[in-house]
Design a protein. Structure first.
Length: 283
């Protein structure tokens, strides 16, 4: 039985109990996402604690023009006590102090009312896909796809920024450092980058391409890599090209979330060039 106590909040590199995994009844851990929060902006990670036990978490990654809030969770037996609201207020206070004008997030059906109460508005739907059927890959993978070299990271960041809406080189660099053999790029006949895909151990994304053809070439190479479990993809439900590709290669929709914003509206390529988000917490 949980004991009632007002939790304390502070940013720290501690997450001994995977509250996000417990809250949403997921098989996969959220500790890799937490590690990235702490590596890039440790001040934006907040825990709620009771008797030194972590009972809630919320994180934010401030990209400058906008921030993504993610991994918001409260232990099931501590919900309906205002803990989620206090965590959100802590994140707002931290982001306001940094001068961030816009907050973005992907909200579950259960969480959306909280965000609406704080002035968030929905502008899109994020669909969560998982590969539930084995993909039939061609005998010969398409040409034009290669691994990204560390020297080409600036070119990747420059390609990504107009689509994502801002330079996110810091987080892209962490993916390249973790697994350079899983960062794929596609180039045209002139050698110019026209797309990229990062195959994380349990998900595909970021995945950005100028055309559906380039997106498919990247996906085929990505699916040829080993995964720890059936990979997931997080994508705008209004990106018909992405959904068509995923359906063709054995993915099925598992759930949807409300993509919400608060503050100054920002225009991004969610429904076109972004075929897969990095995660639900990083955008």
């Amino acid at each position: 039985m949980c004991r009632s106590m007002i939790p304390s909040f502070k940013a720290e590199a501690e997450y001994r109990h995977d509250v996000n995994k417990i809250t949403y009844k997921r098989q996969e851990s959220s500790k890799e996402s937490l590690r990235r929060y702490l590596a890039i902006q440790p001040g934006g990670s907040f825990v709620a604690k009771q008797n030194d036990e972590v009972i809630g978490f919320g994180g934010a990654l401030d990209y400058g023009p906008f921030a993504y809030i993610g991994l918001m969770c409260v232990h099931p037996c501590m919900q309906k006590r205002g803990i989620g609201a206090m965590l959100l207020e802590q994140l707002h206070t931290w982001l306001d102090a940094r001068g961030c004008p816009t907050f973005l997030l992907d909200a579950s059906a259960a969480g959306a009312p909280l965000y609406q109460h704080y002035g968030y508005m929905e502008d899109d739907i994020t669909a969560v896909f998982r590969q539930t059927q084995p993909a039939s890959l061609p005998r010969h993978l398409p040409t034009g796809v290669s691994l990204l070299s560390s020297d080409d990271l600036p070119a990747l960041v420059a390609f990504d920024a107009p689509h994502f809406g801002v330079d996110r080189g810091a987080i892209l660099a962490t993916y390249l450092a973790d697994a350079p053999e899983r960062v794929l790029v596609v180039r045209n006949q002139d050698g110019l980058m026209t797309g990229y895909l990062i195959a994380q151990p349990r998900s595909i994304g970021p995945w950005v391409a100028n055309s559906a053809e380039d997106a498919e070439r990247l996906l085929l190479h990505g699916l040829a890599l080993p995964f720890e479990s059936e990979p997931s993809v997080f994508v705008s439900a209004n990106n018909s090209d992405a959904i068509g590709l995923l359906s063709r290669y054995g993915f099925s929709q598992q759930r949807v979330l409300s993509h919400m914003w608060k503050g100054k509206y920002v225009h991004r390529s969610r429904r076109m060039a972004i075929y897969g988000q990095a995660s639900l917490g990083f955008g």
